[in-house]
Design a protein around this ligand. Structure first.
Ligand code: SF4
Length: 426
């Protein structure tokens, strides 16, 4: 029985209890969320994992995407990145390799983590077609579904599947135009294939068959954002909204079929359009979990796109977005290395927390930090910090000799002056 069927019958499973304990909510809250499609727990019958709940009423989750490229294929590096992402506090991992032996790399990464793992089977199908036939547009339709089954059997928990690109969506893309093109690899592959073959996207036209596969292997569907704009000037355009309407409808259909569903959203959105995007998605999808890549709120800061993303992500999560895909400092420039992955996860976790302070009123940790700073209690400050090691490293690298203040204000530490002259303690 699928998790949705269990939830519909009123059964509270071990996965629901596990998520409820981590989140500090009642197990029945999680069960009701799953039954209504507001919450998902990506599960798999193929391996043991640390379960992660995503959706309304739960803390905002952070995904770290890793994977080889056609230029850099180093499995040990990908395993190191997977471990670094988990150690930095990522909630899920997406293995998105586009170079090397896909199944072998993914299996080794999956074996190295206890996190839920996501993937994009379409990459494998198109890239193997390019290797076999010389071009991605020569991919055979059944190769898409075979890649989906192969990757599900490895124990992947969720899959980004580009279901919302159909001939109508592509028409909207062409008639509205784009300043910055299309930055989804899956979207680019599928659009090129459809135009070349003058055919409908098989993931849309054969959606019922896709659902059978997802249900049999109990994979959570994440309806891919194939029309993702690569420029803030293209945000909220006809193609993006068209795809969102279709994906919202398909997510409903998936839920009715017993397949858990997430809806993916855009990646480049100016600040004043973020809330609109979240509201539109939530209204159209009946409050399905929303997964956004950031969003990035400006296009002019390569090298700092993790910060650009954190600004957008804190606003999107405060507005109701449930699941954030991290962005690393290497975004738009190169394949991320281990340090980029660590930085990306920490930065997105900060954004998720800022959002949760508004969305869920989670401010206890900030209150405790305020008191610890007032009391110059450094050990307490480290224990409350999102990245304790980094905080301790900075203080220790230039610590004062004989004071419990720090070298920022030294003898003129405001907290010491207040402590010696008045009592403000609350
Ligand atoms: S010295 Fe300045 S920065 Fe450092 S703890 Fe005191 S008030 Fe804060």
């Amino acid at each position: 029985m699928s998790l949705i069927e269990e939830a519909n019958k009123g059964n509270i499973t071990d996965e629901m209890k596990e998520v409820a304990a981590v989140e500090g909510v009642e197990p029945d809250f999680v069960r009701r969320g799953i039954a209504a499609g507001r919450i998902v727990i990506p599960v798999t019958p193929y391996r043991e994992i640390r379960h992660c709940g995503i959706g309304k009423g739960l803390t905002t989750k952070v995904n770290a995407s890793i994977g080889t490229s056609s230029d850099i294929v180093d499995i040990s590096l990908e395993i190191e990145k997977a471990k670094a992402a988990e150690a930095a506090g990522a909630d899920t991992l997406m293995e998105l390799s586009t170079g090397g032996n896909f199944l072998d790399i993914r299996k080794q990464v999956i074996d190295a983590t206890s996190l839920s793992v996501g993937c994009v089977p379409l990459y494998q199908a198109f890239i193997e077609a390019a290797r076999k036939y010389g071009s991605v547009v020569d991919m055979k339709e059944d190769e898409l579904f075979k890649a989906t089954v192969d990757q599900a059997k490895l124990g992947t928990n969720f899959m980004a599947i580009h279901t919302g690109i159909n001939l109508f969506t592509v028409e909207r893309l062409k008639n509205h135009g784009r300043y910055g093109g299309l930055c989804s690899r899956g979207g680019a592959f599928m659009t090129a294939w459809m135009i070349h073959n003058e055919k409908e996207n098989p993931l849309y036209s054969e959606f019922d068959y896709l659902l059978e596969i997802m249900k049999e292997h109990e994979v959570t569907l994440s309806t891919g954002n194939g029309m993702r704009a690569g420029a803030v000037h293209d945000a909220t355009d006809r193609a993006q909204i068209q795809e969102l309407v279709i994906n919202s409808e398909l997510a409903d259909k998936a839920h009715e079929a017993g397949v858990q569903a997430i809806v993916e959203g855009p990646g480049h959105v100016p600040i004043d359009e973020i809330k609109t995007n979240v509201t539109l998605m939530k209204r159209m999808s009946g409050d399905k979990p929303f997964y956004m890549l950031g969003p990035l709120v400006t296009d002019i800061a390569p090298g700092y796109d993790h910060i650009v993303t954190a600004i957008g992500a804190s606003i999107s999560s405060a507005a109701g977005c449930d699941f954030l895909c991290y962005v690393t400092p290497a975004e738009h420039l190169a394949l991320p290395n281990v340090e980029d992955v660590r930085t990306g996860v920490i930065t997105s976790r900060i954004a998720a927390h800022i959002g949760d302070m508004v969305k869920l009123g989670k401010r206890d940790q900030d209150l405790a930090m305020g008191r610890a700073r007032r009391d110059l209690d450094w050990e307490k400050m480290y224990s409350l910090a999102i990245d304790p090691e980094h905080a301790k490293y900075i203080r220790d690298s230039r610590a004062p000799d004989d004071t419990d203040a720090c070298t920022m204000c030294g003898d003129f530490c405001a907290h010491k002056i207040v402590r010696e002259n008045l009592n403000l303690a609350k």
